[in-house]
Design a protein around this ligand. Structure first.
Ligand code: NJP
Length: 231
């Protein structure tokens, strides 16, 4: 089934965001791709086709940068039907006893404020379109993880998703939290062969986006299947 809607994705340069961009474009969406790495975004636009994709330089920690991202998308495509607030950053070891505080500042500004800024900048357009917000939370935002500011930030993202859904009740805008387990992406310095692939999460994104307007997928938790005993 083809779909001509406009999907804006933050954190589109690699990993889950890039895989979701490819999957959405295959499903017919027009995609606006935002991140700091312009080279990677331009390569993705080249792959998808400049008629259906555009690259947007954006640092999600800078609200003006996010406003420019939304304005440029509206200018180029004329509407925003869906936003995937996906940009995020991982933590460093040490817990609340000794992790570098700079890592906490980055986590909070990217993972929490970055998502809130994306919403603040795009919700007027999404209300007009009776659109769809997807946010990358995490299973780390649903479970207890020892000494993890990253987990705390994703608990905040869970709360943003829940609160946003209530705020938007009656507007026709749907809200989906995408909550992965470990995914093998550049998020990690080392390959994670036992983890999920970015495509596995992209399929969950497309599943939520493709539901009829009367169906509101609240959350999708996707975890790797545990290894088979003795295998
Ligand atoms: O990681 P990665 P994932 N401004 O590193 C962008 C969550 N998650 O795909 O700016 C704008 O490949 C960065 O782009 P660039 C995770 O928390 C993951 O795995 O060019 N963009 C890149 O496109 C995150 O929310 C796992 O560096 C900024 C993207 O974010 C989401 O999944 C498990 C930015 C990160 O792509 C995507 O992560 C889980 C900024 N200031 C949740 N800072 C997992 N991988 O295991 C970063 O539960 N980006």
């Amino acid at each position: 089934m083809s779909d001509n809607r406009v999907l804006l994705i933050t954190g589109a340069s690699t990993g889950i965001g890039a895989a979701s961009a490819r999957a959405a474009a295959t499903a017919g969406f027009r995609v606006a791709l935002a991140a700091r790495s312009q080279g990677a975004l331009e390569a993705l636009v080249g792959e998808i086709g400049a008629d259906r994709a555009m690259a947007l330089a954006c640092d999600v920690t800078d609200y003006q940068s996010q406003e420019r991202m939304v304005a440029a998308t509206l200018d180029h495509f004329g509407a925003i039907d869906a936003v995937f607030a996906n940009a995020g950053s991982g933590g460093e070891p040490g817990g609340f006893s000794s992790a570098p505080i700079e890592s906490w500042q980055r986590i909070v500004t990217v993972n929490i404020l970055g998502v809130a800024y994306t919403l603040r900048a795009s919700l007027a357009a999404l209300k007009q379109a009776r659109g769809h917000v997807l946010i990358t939370g995490s299973v780390a935002g649903r479970r207890t993880i020892a000494g993890s500011m990253y987990s705390a930030s994703k608990w905040a993202v869970t709360a943003i998703g829940y609160g946003l859904r209530e705020e938007l009740r009656g507007t026709g805008v749907r809200v989906t939290l995408i909550e992965p387990g470990m995914v093998d992406t550049p998020f990690f310095d080392e390959p994670k062969p036992q983890a999920l692939r970015a495509d596995d999460i992209a399929r969950a994104v497309i599943y939520a986006l493709k539901q009829p307007t009367g169906v509101d997928v609240h959350e999708v938790v996707v975890l790797p299947t545990p290894p088979v005993d003795g295998a």
